[in-house]
Ligand binder design. Structure first.
Ligand SMILES: Cc1cc2nc3c(=O)[nH]c(=O)nc-3n(C[C@H](O)[C@H](O)[C@H](O)COP(=O)(O)O)c2cc1C
Length: 179
């Protein structure tokens, strides 16, 4: 698929077919997604594929907020994007954070990894939705996340039922400027 087509036509998908996405397809998606750009190529993002139905149920019912409970509960698979803490924003041989943005580069990389995952999934015909409305401590506990990591985003995924139309985008003169 052409890159520009993927950029324009990827949509957030909130209803899925029941069919699971097999491991071979997931491995292809994650391998492709791993080419996201990262701070000093530290590659701090981790792709946690939650396959186990009991864990997914718990994650949906106890970890997610509002409408995300239902959407996550009905998805045949859930990806949790986490990242290894304490690396981004630093450079080897230098003390502390090297920019005024401190550790916020963590979430920057997690965002790049998340978007790459969604685009790589779309290329394989798999729909995704990035979710931010969840309890990060509960999600971490439910999936037994390692202590040195934290949760960045929850991304339910599965084969699309139907492809929604894009929500309108803000006009170019609002979102861009030339200096
Ligand atoms: C950081 C972030 C958090 C989001 N959180 C949620 C969420 O909790 N639940 C949800 O259904 N969609 C969530 N979305 C999806 C957005 O609503 C969606 O991307 C936006 O409406 C544009 O639609 P599109 O992705 O189809 O282009 C989130 C997206 C981002 C990037």
């Amino acid at each position: 698929m052409y890159a520009v087509t993927m950029l324009r036509e990827r949509r957030s998908i909130r209803s899925f077919k029941e069919d699971a996405v097999d491991r071979e397809t997931m491995n292809t998606i994650i391998d492709n997604a791993s080419y996201y750009p990262s701070w000093a190529n530290f590659q701090i993002a981790r792709f946690n594929v939650v396959e186990d139905p009991e864990t997914r149920k718990k994650l949906a019912e106890e970890g997610m907020f509002g409408p995300n409970v239902k959407t996550t509960g009905k998805a045949p698979g859930v990806l949790v994007i986490s990242y290894v803490k304490g690396q981004n924003g630093t450079l080897p041989g230098q003390e502390g954070y090297v920019t005024t943005k401190g550790a916020t580069w963590d979430m920057f990389d997690a965002g790049a990894a998340s978007q790459n995952f969604c685009l790589a999934a779309y290329e394989q015909g798999v729909g995704t939705v990035i979710m931010g409305l969840f309890d990060e401590d509960k999600v971490a506990r439910i999936i037994n996340l390692p202590e040195d990591e934290t949760v960045a985003a929850v991304i339910p995924y599965g084969y699309e039922v139907k492809h929604p139309k894009a929500a309108p985008r803000k006009p170019m003169d609002e979102i861009s400027r030339y200096i």
